[in-house]
Design a binder for this molecule. Structure first.
Ligand code: IYR
Length: 320
């Protein structure tokens, strides 16, 4: 009913809706997501965090895995460094509006326990190398010499679901192949696989496939207004093209999440201000009746407002 709608809104897939419905009738269902700790939390992360907030509103208990070992296996630095970054990330997620009931769990706090490693080894004899590697296609850092770490990573992510007693796992579309591996192999360990929900990926401000901290093509949730303006001005935003246009995606996911309409400010000589629904915006942009620069400026102003409380929270609660 209403909860189903709230949860699926803006997602690319729910696997499966029938299972989700059952989970909603369960007492204290758990939804979880894992993040490799990252120096900057950006709008791409925020898409999934906002969905976790929807799940929290729908009655799920929320667990956030600060996946320090996963980041370590993915070559992101020493475990000590990664743990520091994880603490910073925890503040970022709270700043984005997750309630204080959210449980934050450091991967390394349970991922060396006997029951955990037992299950990783069980999965290791069920999973082909080809499948494990393929599941990492959009997740591993680019590198020429692939490491064994790359195939341990997805097995651990699958066992996380069991260890954290997750009824639901959320992730961006790049997590899909690992989630499918879990849905196929957990039953073979006599474990129930969680419902999997996937959210769209944001394109980078450079137009590349994915906004990512390592590529420097992101807008961080705690960027200053000046930085946000500057990044939007430079952003890829092809005229008349809505697909693969990061600025249009920002409008869709952040502005229209909270508003029916967007107000576009334009100088009188270029047609004056506009008030548009998402469909009207798309139509006008595709026709070429709205200039990329006017779109960028307005989206920038909205983002500055939307992120203002996040910035304030970080200034107040996190100093380092
Ligand atoms: N693979 C994720 C990080 C991650 C997610 C989950 I869900 C885990 O159980 C463990 C790690 C990423 O790409 O950031």
């Amino acid at each position: 009913e209403k909860k189903m709608e709230l949860i699926s809104e803006g997602t690319l897939e729910v696997i499966s809706p029938e299972e989700l419905e059952k989970k909603l009738n369960k007492k204290n269902p758990v939804a979880y997501i894992g993040y490799e700790p990252s120096g900057k939390i950006h709008l791409g992360h925020a898409i999934t965090v906002m969905k976790m907030i929807d799940l929290q509103k729908a009655g799920f208990k929320i667990k956030i895995l600060l996946a320090d070992y996963h980041a370590y296996l993915n070559g992101k630095g020493s475990l000590e460094e990664i743990k520091d970054v994880a603490q910073y990330n925890k503040h970022c997620f709270l700043a984005l509006g997750l309630s204080s009931e959210t449980e934050f769990i450091l991967g390394s706090s349970f991922q060396t326990k006997k029951e955990y490693t037992d299950q990783v080894y069980q999965l290791a004899i069920l999973t082909t190398l080809v499948r494990a590697k393929r599941s990492m296609a959009q997740i591993s850092r680019d590198s020429e010499d692939h490491k064994v770490a790359e195939v341990i990573y997805p097995l651990m992510q699958v066992v996380d679901m069991v260890s954290l007693e997750a009824d639901l796992a959320l992730g961006g579309m790049e997590q899909r192949k690992i989630h499918m591996l879990a849905r196929e192999n957990l039953p073979r360990l006599n474990q129930e696989a969680p419902v999997c929900i996937h959210t769209p990926l944001l394109h980078g401000t450079d137009g590349s496939d994915k906004m990512s901290s390592s590529k420097g093509n992101f807008i961080a949730i705690d960027d200053s207004p000046a930085e946000i303006k500057k990044k939007l001005k430079k952003s890829y935003c092809p005229a008349q093209e809505v697909d693969k246009n990061p600025v249009m995606e920002m409008a869709r996911h952040f502005i229209f999440r909270e508003n029916e309409h967007i107000i576009i400010k334009r100088p009188e000589k270029f047609g004056g201000d506009l008030q548009l629904s998402y469909l009207e915006l798309v139509e006008m942009y595709e026709k070429g009746d709205l200039h990329p620069l006017d779109l960028k400026n307005s989206v920038g102003e909205y983002l500055i407002d939307i992120l203002a409380p996040v910035r304030e929270y970080m200034e107040k609660n996190y100093s380092d």
